[in-house]
Design a protein around this ligand. Structure first.
Ligand code: PRP
Length: 184
């Protein structure tokens, strides 16, 4: 558990409601997921791990160090909104990975699946590039989305229906650096 003083410092004095997942819980779960991912892919295969920025940056960094096989890392940036402030449900690729997807085992890494819109728009785009396989790994899943185009094969935790920050997740770009996940 995180001490009150540490919480207060990183939060700039702002209190958190509660720690939803401690750094220790996250580390243990990520290590397990790394082992499961390692054993899923046949030996000798190469893996391309694609992190969806920005939210996945810490999760991805920890996860790849728990995967015991040759792999490459690249990132995607998507924009979930149209021009206005109201979501249109559109997902646009703003940064496209330089790595070729065709013929590779691709593992997409997400921090959280909420409405499922991002994944449901992105998966078909990636599938059109004909990867050898395409799997999804999400640290958190709110389980409120309609059926996903491709359900996550690996999920860290079912997320409570709260606004979560930390370990990559933000509120107005703040709090991504918390080593735990807290509800605001
Ligand atoms: C968040 C999160 C997921 C997405 C999930 O990204 O990182 O990518 O929303 O929501 P959905 O299932 O309702 O589509 P955000 O657009 O906030 O960008 P960020 O990763 O840069 O924080």
């Amino acid at each position: 558990m995180v001490s009150r003083a540490e919480t207060s410092g990183r939060m700039g004095g702002r209190p958190v409601q509660r720690i939803a997942f401690s750094a220790e819980e996250i580390a243990a779960r990520v290590a397990t997921m790394g082992r499961e991912i390692t054993s899923h892919y046949p030996r000798g295969q190469k893996l391309l791990v694609l992190g969806l920025l920005k939210g996945s940056f810490i999760f991805l960094a920890d996860l790849v160090r728990e995967i015991d096989m040759p792999l490459q890392v690249d990132f995607l940036v998507v924009s979930s909104y149209g021009n206005g402030t109201v979501t249109t449900g559109d997902v646009r690729l703003v940064y496209d990975p330089e790595a070729e997807l065709a013929g590779k085992h691709v593992l997409l890494v997400e921090d959280i699946i909420d409405s499922g819109n991002t994944i449901n728009r992105l998966m078909p785009m990636l599938l059109r590039r004909q990867p050898l396989s395409l799997e999804l790994c999400a640290l958190l899943h709110k389980r409120i989305s309609p059926p996903l185009v491709r359900e996550a094969r690996w999920v860290g935790f079912d997320a409570p229906p709260e606004f979560l920050v930390g370990y990559g997740l933000d509120h107005a770009e703040n709090f991504r650096h918390l080593p735990y996940i807290a509800s605001l």
